[in-house]
Write a protein that binds this ligand. Structure first.
Ligand SMILES: *[C@@H]1O[C@H](CO)[C@@H](O)[C@H](O)[C@H]1NC(C)=O
Ligand SMILES: *[C@@H]1O[C@H](CO)[C@@H](O)[C@H](O)[C@H]1NC(C)=O
Ligand SMILES: *[C@@H]1O[C@H](CO)[C@@H](O)[C@H](O)[C@H]1NC(C)=O
Length: 375
């Protein structure tokens, strides 16, 4: 008789406890660290007074959500770093390292940092040497910093780790970093630099040295405790407005695109190797080349009507100058693939992030970014 009620009671109590536990447990978003170049920079270079690689002036930011303003992003609004962070539950990208003080690193709610610096590359020399205007950013002519190379971004990451260790101890820091997602978007500027310097180094040799440098960066990050990597390879950069102007027909610069394809293949092989050699190394590699060429060849399903010219710029295809206050500006910005002579619009960045997050193996492999936290 009593037993008849006992089981349901226990069950409902059990369910109540379960749902209480579910309600009380805060949703723990994975911490996010972002490294790379202008495709992910959300204002790092604003803190480099001598840098030429800046976008903290109009018309940049004209569509920035809520209060349109230039933020340092090379975009009319948000960029891929922001949209990726949104998929993981954040409002937008974590803040730039250079905007943080030691005390803000001590905050309880610390969930990540953005180190990305426009104009930087995988190689230290990229963004530092004097190149032509065909390359995103030339040198600074004084000894003030132009960009923050990946090596230094990783040094900054290491200093953050030291901060975390001081705050929560070694074991908790190790756990925190092993659950963190490390996004890296780099390589385009190295390929621009190589191509436009008319280097006598053979392509194969250059790409091998580039991927070797990438390998060293990843190994350093692994040694520091990073385990989950979301890597974004190089888009068909020969199709940027700034590069199309070197093609008499306005088509893409095929040689530069070939470099991007070759770089992706080498990166794919490298990541596969690292994951077999290093316990717990997990990765997701986004094929920006495939993602973007797919849109360029068939733009209408994605609601793009202009995939060759820059929305903000000047000269042929808007590809002859940066987006400055007196550059031409398009009105239908969501229909443009390119914001300026090198960078995607907010709409294009949003599409890229969706594809990285949910995409199938054609675009992101061996798993997509959504699968990375549980990998
Ligand atoms: C590379 O070669 C092209 C074509 O010959 C030339 O226009 C350009 O100025 C050269 N660039 C550099 C950096 O030497
Ligand atoms: C220029 O674009 C055309 C397509 O319009 C392409 O066939 C050609 O290979 C391109 N030239 C170079 C130098 O990349
Ligand atoms: C394209 O625009 C239409 C109409 O605004 C919208 O319904 C559709 O979802 C858009 N497609 C994409 C891929 O954004």
């Amino acid at each position: 008789m009593e037993n008849k009620w006992f089981l349901p009671l226990i069950l409902s109590l059990f369910m109540a406890v379960l749902s209480l536990a579910a309600a009380a447990k805060p949703v723990l978003l994975p911490p996010i660290f972002i490294l790379g170049d202008s495709t992910a920079d959300i204002g790092t270079n604003n803190f480099l007074p001598g840098s030429k690689a800046r976008a903290d002036f109009p018309h940049n930011g004209i569509d920035f959500p809520n209060s349109p303003r230039p933020t340092g992003r090379f975009s009319n609004g948000l960029n891929s770093a922001d949209f990726l962070a949104q998929h993981f539950g954040y409002k937008r990208s974590p803040r730039p390292f250079l905007s943080l003080s030691a005390t803000s690193l001590q905050k309880k709610k610390f969930r990540g940092i953005n180190f990305a610096s426009g104009g930087s590359g995988v190689l230290d020399i990229t963004g530092q040497t004097l190149l032509t205007r065909n390359v995103p950013f030339g040198a600074s002519f004084n000894n003030q910093k132009n960009v923050i190379p990946l090596t230094e971004q990783i040094r900054q990451f290491s200093s953050v780790k030291n901060n975390l260790m001081a705050k929560m101890g070694a074991a908790a820091t190790e756990k925190f970093l092993s659950k963190s997602l490390i996004f890296i978007s780099s390589g385009s500027n190295d390929l621009f630099g190589y191509y436009h310097s008319n280097s006598s180094i053979p392509k194969e040799e250059f790409l091998s040295s580039l991927v070797l440098a990438y390998e060293n960066h990843l190994k350093t990050l692994y040694t520091l405790g990073a385990r989950k990597f979301g890597i974004i390879s190089v888009a068909p950069i020969g199709c940027c407005p700034s590069q199309r102007i070197f093609n008499a027909t306005g088509g893409c610069l095929e040689e530069l695109n070939d470099h991007a394809i070759a770089f992706h293949l080498k990166l794919d092989a490298l990541l596969c190797k690292l994951s077999t050699e290093h316990e717990g190394f997990k990765y997701s590699l986004g094929n920006s080349y495939e993602m973007t060429i797919n849109v360029i060849q068939n733009p209408l399903p994605f609601n793009f009507t202009q995939v060759e010219a820059a929305c903000c710029g000047a000269g042929k295809l808007g590809g002859e100058s940066f987006c400055t206050p007196d550059a031409n500006l398009c009105s239908n910005r969501d229909q443009y693939l390119f914001w300026d002579l090198f960078h995607p619009t907010q709409a294009a960045s949003k599409l890229a992030a969706v594809t990285l997050y949910y995409g199938g193996p054609q675009f992101v492999s061996p798993i997509n970014f959504a699968q990375l936290p549980e990998a």
